[in-house]
Design a binder for this molecule. Structure first.
Ligand SMILES: Cc1ncc(COP(=O)(O)O)c(C=O)c1O
Length: 395
C-alpha cells in the first residue's frame, strides 16, 4: 500500500510544538498559564460581532433550496463587487468567483494555471500554508525575496532571475503575512511587465496600521489592473473576522480576453466541487453591512498592541520592531546569538510565552520572532514584557 508523495509532508512534531504542548499540559494541571502571542482566530479573541443580525440572516428560508451556481449566487457575487467598489476598486460582478475560503481559491487557481511540475513564484518571507497548498496540486513554489531596509520591498532582479520555463504565475500577499508590507505600485507594474498571471492575496487589505489605507505608493488591490491577468483574493475570514463561515472570493482583472478565458476555467473547476454553502451566500449582504464594529475593534486592537510592542522593546535595545504597514502581525528582530527556534523554545520553557520563530515564515537570515497583534491586550502586554526582559537579560 502506498500514499501520494504530495501528502508526504507530514506535520512532524517540531521541538517548539512539543514544548508548547508540554507547557499547556502543565497549565491544565494547575501550573502557570502559557501566554499565547500567536492568536489568529478572531472568534476566540474577544472581538465583537453583530451576532443577532448575522444569526437572523443565516436563518433565511431560501437556504433550504439547492440551486447551485458554480461561480456563486448572482446576488452574493454582486454584493462582493459592490463592497470592493465601495473600497475604491471598481470591479464587475461577472468577474467575481466565490470559493469556500482563500485557501480553496489558491487550490482552484493552481489547477487553472498549472500542470504538475509547474512552478509558481512566492514571496519569502511569507505564509507557511502556501507550501502545503502547492504540494497538494503538485506545483513547486520558488521563492523570491522581500528585502528589509527600514521597510520591505520586492527584490525585482531576484524575482526576474527566479523565472524559468515552467513558471506559471507570481503570488503576492499584500499586506504580507508576516512582514505587514503592501505591494508597491511600481512593483506591481514591474510584475505586470513580466507577462505572468499575478495571484494577489489581499485578505489583510482592510487592516492598515498606518492611517486609514495603504501607505502612499502602495497598491490597495491588484484588481485595478487593466492589463495582463490578475486574481485578487479575499474573504470573510479576515474581512469580517469570520473564518468559520467559509466564504472567500477571487476578483479577476486585466486584459478582457484573458479575463473571459480565466472565468470560463474557474467555472469549470468550481462546478466540479460546488463547495460554497448557500446560507452564507444569502447572509453575505448582512455580514458585510454589519462588519464595521468587528473591523474597527480589530484595527484598534492591532494598533494598540503595536504601540505596546514598540514601547516594551525600548527595554531591550538590541532588539528592534520591524516597520509594518498593515495586517495582524509584527516581527521583532532579536540578537542572532541564538537561532530564532532557540529563542522561541526558551521563551516557552522559561518565560511561559509562545511566539512564532521567523523560520516558520521562511525568514532565512538573522533571528526573528513573529507576534500576533490580534492577541487580547492584557496577554499581549504581559507576554511582550517578558520577551523584552528575556532579550535584555541576554545582552
Ligand atoms: C495571508 C493569508 N492568506 C489566507 C489565509 C487563509 O484565509 P482563509 O481562511 O480564507 O482560507 C490566511 C490565514 O491566516 C493568511 O494569513
Amino acid at each position: 500500500m502506498t500514499f501520494s508523495v504530495r501528502t508526504s509532508q507530514h506535520d512532524a512534531p517540531n521541538p517548539l510544538a512539543e514544548a508548547v504542548r508540554d507547557a499547556r499540559t502543565r497549565a491544565a494541571e494547575g501550573g502557570p498559564a502559557l501566554l499565547d502571542l500567536t492568536v489568529s482566530n478572531p472568534t476566540s479573541a474577544g472581538i465583537p460581532y453583530a451576532t443577532t443580525e448575522i444569526l437572523a440572516a443565516l436563518a433565511d428560508p431560501r437556504g433550504l433550496l439547492y440551486e447551485p451556481e458554480p461561480l456563486g449566487l448572482a446576488s452574493a457575487r454582486a454584493i462582493v463587487a459592490l463592497d470592493w467598489t465601495a473600497r475604491g476598486t471598481a470591479i464587475d460582478a461577472s468577474r467575481i468567483a466565490l470559493t469556500a475560503s482563500t485557501s480553496e481559491a489558491y487550490a482552484v487557481l493552481f489547477k487553472v494555471l498549472c500542470d504538475p511540475g509547474d512552478e509558481i513564484l512566492v514571496p519569502a518571507p511569507s505564509y507557511p500554508l502556501l507550501g502545503f497548498l502547492a504540494a497538494f496540486e503538485s506545483v513547486t513554489l520558488k521563492p523570491y525575496p522581500l528585502v528589509y531596509a527600514g521597510g520591505w520591498h520586492v527584490d525585482l532582479d531576484a524575482l526576474k532571475s527566479a523565472i524559468g520555463p515552467r513558471t506559471k504565475a507570481i503570488i503576492v500577499v499584500t499586506p504580507n503575512n508576516p512582514t505587514g508590507s503592501y505591494l508597491g505600485v511600481h512593483e506591481l507594474d514591474a510584475m505586470l511587465d513580466l507577462g505572468l498571471p499575478i495571484v494577489s492575496d489581499e485578505v489583510f487589505a482592510t487592516y492598515p496600521l498606518r492611517g486609514s489605507g495603504p501607505p502612499c505608493g502602495r497598491v490597495a488591490s491588484v484588481a485595478t489592473a487593466s492589463r495582463g491577468l490578475v486574481f485578487a483574493l479575499s474573504g470573510l475570514s479576515k474581512l469580517a473576522g469570520l473564518p468559520q463561515m467559509k466564504l472567500g472570493w477571487i476578483g479577476v482583472s486585466g486584459d478582457a480576453s484573458l479575463v473571459a478565458q480565466a472565468m470560463a476555467r474557474l467555472e469549470l473547476v468550481l462546478d466540479a466541487y460546488l463547495s460554497v454553502a448557500t446560507p452564507v451566500q444569502l447572509a453575505l449582504p448582512t455580514i458585510l453591512a454589519t462588519r464595521s464594529a468587528t473591523e474597527q475593534a480589530i484595527r484598534a486592537r492591532t494598533a494598540r498592541n503595536l504601540e505596546a510592542l514598540r514601547s516594551a522593546m525600548k527595554g531591550a535595545p538590541t532588539a528592534s520592531v520591524l516597520e509594518v504597514e498593515g495586517g495582524w502581525y509584527a516581527i521583532v528582530r532579536v540578537p542572532d546569538v541564538k537561532t530564532d527556534e532557540e529563542w522561541t523554545l526558551e521563551l516557552v520553557t522559561r518565560d511561559g510565552v509562545h511566539v512564532q520563530p521567523g523560520y516558520f515564515f521562511d525568514m532565512a537570515r538573522g533571528a526573528h520572532l513573529v507576534v500576533s497583534l490580534l492577541t487580547p491586550e492584557a496577554t499581549f502586554a504581559e507576554g511582550i514584557t517578558r520577551v523584552a526582559a528575556r532579550v535584555a537579560e541576554e545582552e
